[in-house]
Design a protein around this ligand. Structure first.
Ligand code: FES
Length: 153
């Protein structure tokens, strides 16, 4: 009888230890992931097709994936969809606290909903807490595709 209690106690101790270990891992892992962000990938490749010509109407924006981060492509109000000069492209990561910005056609501005940050179509801060302009991307049209690259625009 006494022999049976010892293995049960060991099993309970084992389960308790495993539970505490799992709880510790579940606590530490997200903290470590937050403190140590993943390395940016695709640093060598800095150009991609963000949209097709004709996909955007004037005064419309589109979020696209640029490496690990979102980008935003805007066909300016009154712009010619076939002219690269009519487009503006930026990182869509707000310079305040990294929320994703969006295009507001009613304001003709890029807007960050997190803390009401406003950017003009040159990426410059109009109002709100963002400390810096959005980083601008270069836009080029090749065939029927609109390419965005991270070279200085
Ligand atoms: S994160 Fe964009 S305004 Fe705060």
């Amino acid at each position: 009888m006494a022999d049976e209690k010892i293995p049960r106690r060991d099993a309970i101790n084992y389960l308790l230890g495993a539970g505490i270990g799992a709880l510790g891992a579940a606590t530490v892992f997200p903290i470590a992931r937050y403190i140590i962000p993943p390395a940016a990938s695709g640093s060598g490749s800095s150009s991609l097709a963000a949209a097709k010509v004709g996909e955007l109407k004037p005064n419309e924006g589109k979020i696209f994936k640029f490496g690990n981060a979102p980008g935003i492509l805007v066909l300016k109000p009154g712009g010619d969809p076939a002219s690269a000069l009519s487009y503006a492209a930026f990182t869509a990561v707000c310079t305040h606290l990294n929320c994703t910005v969006q295009y507001r056609d009613d304001l003709k501005e890029i807007w960050c909903a997190c803390h009401n940050g406003h950017f003009d179509l040159n990426g410059k801060v109009i109002s709100g807490p963002p400390p810096e302009a959005l980083r601008e991307y270069r836009v080029a049209i090749k065939g029927d595709e609109i390419f965005v690259s991270s070279e200085e625009a």
